[in-house]
Design a binder for this molecule. Structure first.
Ligand SMILES: Cc1ncc(COP(=O)(O)O)c(C=O)c1O
Length: 412
């Protein structure tokens, strides 16, 4: 990490030159390491371990080999001909749903499980919302012979039931979290509590580009494979860069990274607009959040006038979180990525449109990106648009029926 990224005045050039996160783990004003003193040495040694590993050819080779042989990378870039026809553009989907275990989460879980083994960790703990990170962590740990405990909120266990069974079958111990909001936020709280009790012997395998430094950076590095592949594939298949890339969450951080220096490529992040703009009705942190600290990181946060973290709502368990990764907050602040929200109803409609027209069941998380891409397409007829399809929707089928009933007919 190079010094001198000029604190709150950091720029896109600093990010492109690898000067961010800076020596305090900040992306400009965002990020950092707001944790108990007892966790600081573990985070510092994790950072050194990751820096050494990412620079070590044998680590990189093993990761690349496992990504190819076990995860199934590179994932395809699919021309979405019918969606393109309906939207009036040329549409392409980066198919993380076809990665092993069905989502982009496996890229990060595998890389961090390799780091856990390199650190000699006795066990791994992880949190999960939609269950995809829990499945990915359980699978990566069984592949590498590591013991794994996954924390999951009881509300998410009910709405993502298919993944609960998968996590258990893959050999992980699943702990139900009945406290707090009983979703992802509470699961992270519990995973951190577990980790604090043995920060050196336990490895915390965090599932998204959130949390204290160095996690947002590690997850970004491991998910950047999505954008590197997608950029090369679109150049090869379409012969040019897209006019826009659309995504959400850590998969979007991974997708966008390779395109950040491509000035003319519009980058559009789509968050969960839920049922509406009121407190507790959405998880659109970049739109409605204010600066605050959650889970060890300074970022935007949904909170009330007294700074209390608000409950969130989204039809999609994977987006139902009141915070957002610090790099997203930075990219928004410097204007390199534009963020919008898609409502529950728009996401469900986009899910159904994709299933009917492309023969692909997208997860409800990337269904938000599809809804955003569709909106963008209306204003850019004929353009080339690339959408990050972060995972497959099988896990959402039981929840979809309930969502459909709550929303009514989104097409009406
Ligand atoms: C398919 C899929 N996409 C997106 C997400 C959101 O996570 P992230 O912000 O890490 O991309 C999840 C979370 O579980 C997911 O399962």
């Amino acid at each position: 990490m190079t010094r001198g990224a000029r604190g709150a005045h950091a720029t896109l050039e600093d990010l492109l030159a690898g000067r961010l996160p800076d020596e305090r783990g900040r992306f400009g004003a965002w990020g950092g390491r707001f944790v108990l003193e007892t966790l600081v040495p573990a985070l510092q040694s994790l950072e050194s371990c990751a820096r050494e590993a990412f620079a070590d050819a044998s680590f990189r080779d093993e990761l690349a080999r496992e990504l190819a042989d076990w995860v199934g990378r590179p994932t395809p870039l699919t021309p979405a001909r019918e969606l393109g026809r309906l939207w009036g553009v040329s549409a392409w989907l980066k198919r993380e749903d076809l990665a092993h275990t069905g989502a982009h989460k496996i890229n990060n879980a595998l890389g961090q499980a390799l780091l856990a083994r390199r650190r000699g960790a006795r066990r791994v703990v992880a949190e999960t919302g939609a269950g995809q990170h829990g499945v990915a962590a359980a699978a990566a740990c069984s592949r590498l012979g590591l013991r794994c405990t996954v924390y999951m909120g009881s509300e998410d266990m009910a709405r993502q039931a298919p993944n609960v069974d998968r996590i258990r079958r893959l050999g992980a111990r699943l702990v139900e979290v009945r406290e707090g909001d009983r979703t992802l936020r509470a699961a992270i709280d519990e995973a951190i509590r577990d980790w604090v009790s043995d920060p050196e012997g336990t490895y915390y395998l965090l599932g998204s580009a959130v949390g204290p430094h160095p996690y947002p950076w590690i997850v970004r590095e491991l998910q950047s494979v999505i954008g590197r592949e997608a950029r090369a594939q679109i150049l090869q298949r379409a012969g040019r860069l897209p006019a826009a890339c659309v995504g959400g969450g850590s998969n979007a951080i991974g997708l966008f990274h390779a395109f950040l220096g491509d000035g003319p490529v519009d980058l559009l992040g789509v968050e969960a607009g839920g049922r509406g703009g009121g407190p507790g009705e959405n998880a659109a942190t970049l739109r409605h959040g204010r600066p605050g600290v959650l889970h060890g990181s300074h970022s935007l946060l949904l909170q009330d006038a007294h700074g209390q973290v608000l409950d969130t709502h989204s039809v999609s368990a994977g987006l139902d979180y009141p915070g957002v990764g610090p790099e997203h907050a930075f990219l928004r602040e410097i204007g390199r990525v534009r963020y919008e929200a898609a409502s529950d109803a728009e996401a469900v409609a986009a899910f159904e449109e994709c299933a009917a027209s492309e023969g692909i069941l997208p997860a409800l998380e990337p269904a938000h990106a599809l809804a955003g891409a569709r909106r963008w397409a209306r204003e850019h007829p004929g353009a080339l648009v690339l959408v990050g399809l972060s995972g497959r929707g099988d896990k959402d089928l039981p929840a979809l029926e309930r969502a459909r009933a709550a929303i009514g007919d989104p097409g009406a």
